[in-house]
Design a protein around this ligand. Sequence first.
Ligand SMILES: [Cu+2]
Length: 462
Amino acid sequence: MTKPKQTPNHSLDRADTSEALSRRQVLSSSALTLAAGALVGGIARSAEAAVPASAPGQPGRDYQPVIVPNGAKLPWKVVNGVKVFHLIAEEVEHEYAPGIKARCWGYNGQVHGPLIEAVEGDRVRIYVTNRLAAPTTLHCHGVLLDNGMDGVGGLNQKAILPGETYKYEITLRQHGTCMYHSHHDEMTQMGLGMTGLFVIHPRRARGARVDRDFALMLHEWRVNVGASRPDPNEMSEFNLLTINGKAFPGTDPLVVKKGQRVRIRIGNLSAMDHHPIHLHGYQFKVTDTDGGEVPESAQLPETTVLVPVGSTRTVEFVANEPGDWAMHCHMTHHVMNQMGHGVPNMIGVKPGKVDAKVQRLLPGYMTMGQTGMADMADMQMSVPRNSIPMVGGHGRYDVITMGGMFTILKVRDSLTSYADPGWYEAPAGTLAEAAPSADLARDGIDVTAPSKAWVDASVRSG
Ligand SMILES: [Cu+2]
């Protein structure tokens, strides 16, 4: 069998894909006609006869589309009142951040798969074509559906063999943030990236109007330095932590205008780790999980939301404070990139004459890490092929000493577009800077005083 030509990731815009879909549609509808002819009055006819619960929801009219930083959405078309989607499971060349790529498994040229967006009451038909060398299935995580559509290989269906296309049909009877993933050889296939988000909007708007609705998927990977594939067998030493498949500095910022109501939906299909996602500058409320809405009386104010493996959490807040606000996993090892793991502890080590001696054998050798990892962010040191430095991206003032599961919420007083507005300029008097000596003198701060004495003095005066 000839392998169908794969659509490159970057050309997966709506126009290209709709065209591709319509060609596939022609093929699959003729296949259906043949099948229906062969199965007189059989299963094929009853599936075709299913009536949608409501008219297919339309973006702009029935819902405000979500935003997928660094990601894409799965296009659809309406056929006889049913929203038709086509997922293609395949190998994907994926870039985590500039400088590091790997062969992953994903959908439609993407890691993770494109987000599926629909509306409560929609009937959706999802074709899944398997272009992998291994069998797979599609499980719609958190979506209420008929048992035979649940996609657990062996339990609910036969696995989709390489080259086969399966059909899933669901009438959506809920709203919320759900996910999808392979449910066959789960450790390998999800570990290699076969996951995606499945957002179902309510048929009627609820609560306060949300202006910016972001969707983020968390993941963790082991990509050995120089390796060309992630290792799905890894259990604990993950070295690339991603948001929508990207490690900082590869993550796109979340751009918002001051005063807008913001929703952030976060899914986690990492192999092993829960991620406490912390947002600076704001208090938010956790409004939904993949199990539904949290009653308003139970929505705790938080600044960090723990997103367990196999769950989604949705938070909301009003963006009243302009600035560049960090948003990141608060596990400090999850804001480190590839080379920040498995290195010896060098804190406090004095290299003495060792460097000079080693340099005779290894020109350019330098002992590193005696004061921590921050120096590694900006030393312009060359790194091995297909790897990235353990921390670092350039910020407005200096190097940002984080990598991995880190992004930036950019809130601005005014915006002409939602493109990256660049760095925030702190208004005069609102920026932390070196203390002027006049201020030190005025406030009686003696920077040479013994630190212990200063502690005692504060206790006495307090
Ligand atoms: Cu984490």
